[in-house]
Ligand binder design. Structure first.
Ligand code: CDP
Ligand code: MG
Length: 737
């Protein structure tokens, strides 16, 4: 007999709806039918799709397609009209028409992201000659899933009138009028189209998240808006005075509209930054959510999350709503997936099971659909998400939220130039957003796996990313878009002088900037290559060293958090399986061995399981690799150039981009980073763990209980000076002492 563990919660909300919410859930069970509108609709799309795949006559097919697209759109219109934002259509469009910039504030789920671009489309803000509407998203998964949804609502195939563009994946065409793209991709488009002439409106969505790239875009868009207005004024003047002559041949340019959208109420700062732009509020429609806190601190939030999901699952009717669990990152999500499967195996056979549905940034696109689809009969969805589900994607059917109170954030210590990725407590504002996800369709419940007193200690808001990351990538892009004065740029929250200086120094050391701080030819090349400057440099260097194939492979392998998984109960087994691929020079070459073996095994599922290889991540790796190969082909770089067994060549090539990630062995067997003199240790998951090469370079530093270097390779210390003559040229002598 299975007796589940329990965690005791205090109910700290002063509301009476608690009992009624439970009661209504029970009613749903008695009826025996799922009352969810969304679920029904989702069934309908998949039917539609099946339908036209089965047709073989292509002509007939396209006609059928058009019909079924229209049908889906018609069905969705009913749903759209029920969104709170629908009633605000006129004032919203009016406000955007009569102001160059507006701030739109509305609760998550009110319809901002999916509807406002369509309102603008209907109002004539997109046409062939003057361009269309761009909508930025901080996360690629959000850009893709929202574009898919909106394409259905508009009733056209994805990549037609509605499309998306994210790094390594472009589903847009010259006909695309609403384009969802990551903020990073729009930044990249500025390089090629400095006045963003292909857009009449740019919508900066999720501005409250204050991502680095959205922050930079705000400053750039402000400049572009002004330059476009100046250009129009000048043309008008030229035309009047008869100078400039060939005015008719100019491409058409309209004024640039900027719409800044935020899910939180603190919009005054955005307004102030955009010269007191008006703020338009969209009323939300939020049901009551009862908040519970634990009475005790939880030593292990994963365990706690598993216990509470089970508790919620067992105590509530299976068709009364799904569960959304907020976790720190992919590794948490995958561990939790296993815990749930384990718990399922203990549930009585005739009882409904829990269906874990992960969603996180690196999840392969094909696997994302599951999260938006209703669970099959006999299952309850347990959505396992990072903070991606906080505001940027809305998953229908959620009634219960479990909040672990943590997220994974990048942190940057400008003093020592060290960037690290850490699990940290969320802010109050994030906790409230997470809670809100339970009340979108009906009254719900939120279980916080921390005490009420801990909630009170949380910061009000998160720190803007610009203040906590390495700025090299955006600085090189700013330089490439013609912003020469990086220090004097109008930031909403200026980063510290030290971190700007570090970024400039790094780019200088990489030879992307010259002695005057101007972009070099190499720098321009690096800015256009869609990777962090260090990786771009590696690819560039690989042409000279003749190891582009190996460089592309390793860069792709480094694009995921981890390639292996190490279950707690099979630690030794997993470690010894990994040893089969181990290369004595470290992780970069070990990964390469693994990729070869994986390809030989044809990515076989059983092979992956036997070797503790994370198949999901390997699929992502192969996708990135495919994209990089395509990119190299387009840039006339031979992606198959291989140095064969000359592994030193590969490491030297990496060092050309990673010399600022070197550390030297100390007499006490720790490592000291060259850049910033931090004490660090080789990560226990590394193939070099327990070994002591005199010098290493690493891909990143992560802080767990101490600072660990991850993805580490051993190098000859003398290579460092060769790789970075500008930084460490003088240092080759001192090394010998
Ligand atoms: O941007 P905001 O948070 O205001 O809302 P939205 O993303 O435009 O979502 C509006 C509504 O569309 C949601 O409440 C969902 O009901 C629906 N939606 C959906 O069903 N499936 C999606 N992939 C996206 C949105
Ligand atoms: Mg949104």
């Amino acid at each position: 007999m299975y007796t589940p563990q329990k965690i005791v919660f205090s109910d700290n909300s002063d509301d009476e709806t608690k009992s009624s919410s439970i009661a209504s859930a029970h009613v749903a069970q008695q009826n025996g039918h799922s009352p969810h509108k969304h679920k029904k609709n989702h069934h309908h799309h998949s039917h539609g799709r099946h339908h036209h795949h089965d047709k073989d006559q292509s002509h007939q097919k396209s006609k059928k397609n058009q019909k079924s697209y229209a049908k889906i759109a018609e069905k969705l219109l009913v749903q759209r009209k029920g969104l709170p934002i629908y009633g605000a259509k006129e004032p919203l469009v009016g406000g955007i028409k009569s102001n160059s910039t507006v701030i739109v504030v509305g609760e998550t789920g009110s319809g901002k992201t999916t509807q406002i671009p369509q309102f603008l489309l209907e109002a004539g803000f997109a046409n062939e000659s003057c361009g269309g509407i761009a909508v930025t998203q901080p996360r690629r998964v959000a850009a893709i899933s929202i574009a898919k949804r909106v394409a259905e609502e508009v009733g056209t195939p994805l990549g037609g009138r509605v499309g998306y563009s994210v790094r390594f994946d472009d589903m847009s065409s010259e006909y695309t009028q609403i384009k969802y793209l990551t903020d990073g991709m729009l930044l990249r488009e500025v390089l090629l189209d400095p006045m963003l002439k292909r857009y009449q409106v740019v919508v900066l969505d999720e501005a409250h998240e204050r991502t680095l790239r959205t922050d930079i875009l705000m400053g750039m868009l402000k400049q572009i808006q002004k330059r476009r207005a100046d250009m129009i004024a000048k043309r008008r003047k030229d035309r009047r005075s008869g100078t400039g002559g060939n005015g008719a041949e100019h491409e058409k340019v309209t004024n640039l509209k900027i719409v800044v959208m935020s899910a939180t109420l603190d919009a005054e700062r955005f307004s102030k930054y955009f010269d007191n732009a008006p703020i338009l509020y969209v009323a939300g429609r939020q049901h009551h959510v009862t908040v519970y806190n634990t009475l005790e601190p939880q030593p292990d939030y994963l365990d706690a999350a598993n216990i509470v999901s089970t508790q919620v699952h067992l105590e509530n009717p299976v068709d009364g709503g799904d569960v959304l669990v907020f976790l720190a990152g992919q590794d948490d999500i995958e561990n939790m997936e296993k815990l749930i499967h384990e718990t399922n195996s203990h549930l009585p056979e005739n009882m409904a099971k829990m269906l874990p549905c992960p969603i996180f940034a690196a999840l392969p696109t094909a696997q994302q659909a599951k999260v938006f689809q209703p669970a099959p009969p006999g299952f309850r969805k347990i959505v396992l998400a990072t903070n991606i589900a906080e505001t940027s994607v809305t998953i229908p059917g959620i009634r219960y939220v479990i909040d672990t109170g943590v997220h994974k954030v990048r942190d940057y210590d400008a003093r020592v130039g060290v960037e690290s990725l850490q699990v940290q407590p969320i802010s109050k504002s994030s906790a409230r957003q997470r809670t809100g996800r339970a009340g979108r369709e009906a009254p719900g419940a939120c279980y916080r796996l921390y005490m009420e007193s801990s909630f009170q200690e949380l910061d009000d808001d998160g720190i803007p990313e610009i203040k906590r990351c390495n700025l090299a990538m955006v600085v090189i892009q700013m330089k490439a878009s013609g912003i020469s004065d990086i220090m004097g740029f109008e930031y909403m929250d200026p980063p510290s002088k030290a971190s700007l200086k570090n970024a400039l120094l790094e780019l200088y050391a990489l030879a992307a900037l010259d002695d005057h701080g101007h972009l070099t030819d190499l720098g321009r090349w690096m800015a256009e290559f869609p990777l962090e400057p260090s990786y771009s440099k590696v690819i560039y260097e690989s042409q000279k060293q003749g190891c582009t194939k190996e460089a592309i492979n390793i860069v792709s392998l480094l694009s995921v958090d981890s390639i292996f998984y190490i279950p707690n109960d099979k630690r030794d087994e997993s470690m010894s399986a990994q040893k089969k691929f181990s290369h004595s020079d470290g992780d970069h070459l070990t990964y390469l061995n693994l990729l070869d073996a994986y390809i030989q095994a044809n990515g076989d599922k059983d092979w992956c399981r036997d070797h503790f290889v994370n198949i999901r991540n390997m699929q992502h790796v192969l996708n990135v690799r495919k994209q990089l190969v395509g990119l190299c082909n387009r840039l006339n770089i031979d992606p198959n150039m291989s140095c064969g067994t000359s592994t030193d060549t590969v490491l030297k090539c990496f060092l050309a981009g990673f010399f600022h990630h070197c550390a030297l062995l100390q007499p006490d067997n720790t490592y000291r980073t060259l850049n910033g003199s931090q004490t660090t240790y080789i990560h226990p998951g590394s193939s070099l763990f327990g070994k002591r090469p005199p010098a290493i370079f690493y891909d990143q530093l992560v802080f767990t209980n101490k600072l660990h270097a991850r993805s580490v390779s051993a190098i000859d210390p003398s290579w460092i000076a060769t790789a970075a003559p500008k930084l460490y040229g003088h240092f080759s002598k001192s090394l010998k002492n």
